[in-house]
Ligand binder design. Structure first.
Ligand code: AMP
Length: 582
């Protein structure tokens, strides 16, 4: 049986393939490839260069439909590969001969996302000479005028800034063939509904309209109804093979991206797996992580689709005979892989579809044995984790990344274990001559301590004393679904509970610009979200007076927001914020 870990499970009722581990370690020929989706060779080349081995479910389902000219409603969260799902069809339609006038407009809620999407499109489109520019609030508009004047094919814009450019006639939308609303629910939460409608109205009626949103509240359906024509809905997560074995202990550690490798090392030091498989998304990531882990003293082997059968066999035998302890692999390469001694499955990234998660972790917890599944997630991937929990009906326990002192205790425990084992073996008398030689000038205690020092350091117990900041608060404080909070929401001054966000306590910030300066709720939410990293759902209620505004944010973030907004302009005015106390 072939294993279709990432086969589209979209909009079908067919159960996902159950990974029973019985298949040979070969690459499946049944799964969808990027070439099957109808993308041009230059793009396929770019994807190989990036180490993408196969489309994620949302890509497999969406790309052919977008290439076929359909409007799409895509229900997908960050981490599902949604950016490439809409970006690849856009890039596919552009080449050197395309006049440098905007043919695609992607509207996103925040500056970060604008930059991220623009970088992705740049990477995919480099071989096709695609010109792309992000335009967002907070950056001097004159710089954006110049970039737009030089000529571009794809514009990635935040709503407010897009409107500014449309009004100033610096953004020519007459040739736009595709408009994408990315993270549409987030934009509506931020108060950008009017802006989005104005943007859509300013583009040609003949456009293709693509809407991506993690959730589908009625307000999104209304936008779709008004501005799309016969949209096809694509959503991931309908496979039925959803249960992970109850013998698997599932945990997640939440850390910022740049701490992931260190966190993995720390977790492995504590967990001490006999043999573990670490899943990465791309070939490039597999190669890099295998090198990093080897440099940190782990015996790691890489396994990905770019390797031939002989190389794969060699890697697998090293894992089976114990000369390698970590296998770093892509989903494609690990398909059908069955290793009896496997104790841990580690997701170095949250898988792009909940079904892949279940398949991946199904490699442990078999035949009555216990297994451990560890996921390393970034705070922004919380929604993907929620989807997984919803699909499996099982909670993934959030754990704190082990601290330096946890690591030290573990290392001491291991040295104690090793020395205790040595004490139980009856060959100690052989070492009496050494003790006698040292005993002439040292006490037995000092000799024991020196010997322990040698054992302890020889075991690789060098102390890595860098603490890894823990980002696991997201699950309680920042959860838009609001299920994880501990405290009861405090009533806001308007008498309404805090808008949409988690149920932690609300604090307030005073902002020195108001209606007179033309400030609208979207300006405040956009600026605060951009600068502080809060989401639209975290922000509110908002009260705008003639000369100032008062904005609700999570109490624990008030100081952070005030600090983050120190050099921010709102509606062309230097914003000054302070804590607001009634
Ligand atoms: P997104 O959901 O668009 O934020 O994408 C999440 C991450 O997955 C990004 O780092 C992408 O580069 C990566 N990615 C997207 N598609 C694929 C793919 N087919 N294979 C491997 N990685 C991918």
């Amino acid at each position: 049986m072939f294993h279709s870990l990432l086969k589209p499970l979209v909009m079908t009722d067919s159960p996902a393939a159950v990974d029973d581990g019985s298949a040979p370690a070969t690459t499946s020929t049944t799964s969808t490839t990027f070439a099957d989706l109808g993308l041009k060779p230059a793009l396929l080349h770019a994807l190989t260069e990036l180490g993408y081995e196969e489309p994620t479910p949302i890509q497999a389902e969406t790309i052919p439909k977008l290439l076929g000219g359909h409007d799409i409603i895509g229900q997908a969260a960050t981490g599902t590969g949604k950016t490439a799902a809409f970006a690849l069809p856009i890039v596919n339609g552009i080449d050197e001969s395309t006049p440098a006038r905007p043919v695609a407009l992607v509207v996103v809620p925040t500056r970060e996302l604008a930059v991220q999407v623009s970088e992705a499109i740049f990477k995919y489109g480099r071989g096709s000479r695609v010109k792309v520019v992000p335009i967002f609030g907070g950056q001097p508009i004159s710089r954006q005028f110049k970039a737009l004047e030089r000529g571009v094919h794809v514009v990635i814009a935040t709503p407010g800034r897009a409107i500014d450019h449309i009004k100033r006639r610096s953004l020519d939308l007459t040739n736009v063939r595709t408009v994408v609303l990315d993270e549409a629910d987030e934009m509506l939460d931020m108060g950008f509904t009017e802006d989005i409608e104005a943007i859509l109205k300013a583009t040609p009626d003949s456009r293709q309209t693509v809407l991506f949103s993690a959730t589908m509240p009625p307000r999104i359906a209304k936008i779709a109804q008004t501005y799309q024509s016969d949209p096809i809905t694509v959503k991931i997560g309908s496979g039925k093979q959803t249960k992970a074995s109850t013998l698997i202990r599932q945990t997640v550690y939440v850390v910022m991206r740049n701490y992931k490798a260190t966190a993995l090392g720390r977790i492995l030091d504590i967990e001490q797996p006999t043999s573990a498989i670490v899943f990465c998304r791309t070939r490039t990531e597999v190669d890099e992580l295998a090198v990093t882990m080897n440099a940190r003293g782990y015996r790691a082997e890489a396994l990905h689709g770019g390797m031939d059968q002989k190389q794969r066999d060699r890697v697998m035998s090293r894992l089976r005979d114990g000369s390698a302890e970590l296998l770093v692999a892509t989903d494609v390469a690990a398909r059908g892989l069955d290793v009896d001694s496997l104790t841990h499955v580690i997701n170095y990234d949250v898988p792009s579809a909940p079904e892949s998660y279940v398949h991946r972790i199904g490699r442990v917890g078999r035949a009555g044995r216990e297994g451990i599944a560890i996921t390393i997630a970034e705070p922004r991937q919380r929604r993907l984790l929620k989807n997984i929990e919803r699909l499996t009906g099982q909670q993934i326990a959030v754990e704190k990344v082990p601290s330096v002192s946890d690591l030290r205790s573990k290392q001491i425990e291991m040295t104690v274990g090793a020395v205790s084992e040595a004490l139980a073996v009856p060959d100690l008398e052989d070492y009496q001559p050494i003790l006698d030689a040292l005993g002439e000038s040292h006490s037995e205690r000092d000799i024991a301590l020196a010997a322990l020092k040698l054992v302890h350091t020889a075991r690789g117990s060098a102390v890595d004393d860098r603490e890894i900041p823990d980002a696991s608060d997201w699950k309680n404080g920042r959860d838009r679904d609001g299920k994880g909070g501990k405290k009861q929401g405090k009533r806001a001054p308007s008498g309404k509970p805090r808008g949409g966000g988690g149920d932690g306590e609300t604090g307030f910030v005073f902002v020195n610009v108001g209606r007179k300066a033309g400030v609208r709720p979207g300006d405040l939410v956009g600026a605060i979200a951009n600068e502080s990293g809060l989401t639209g759902a975290d922000i509110g209620p908002i009260r705008i007076s003639e000369n100032y505004a008062v904005v609700g944010v999570p109490e624990s973030d008030v100081d952070n927001v005030v600090r983050a907004m120190r050099s921010t302009m709102i509606r062309g005015k230097q914003a000054r914020l302070r804590r607001y106390v009634e």
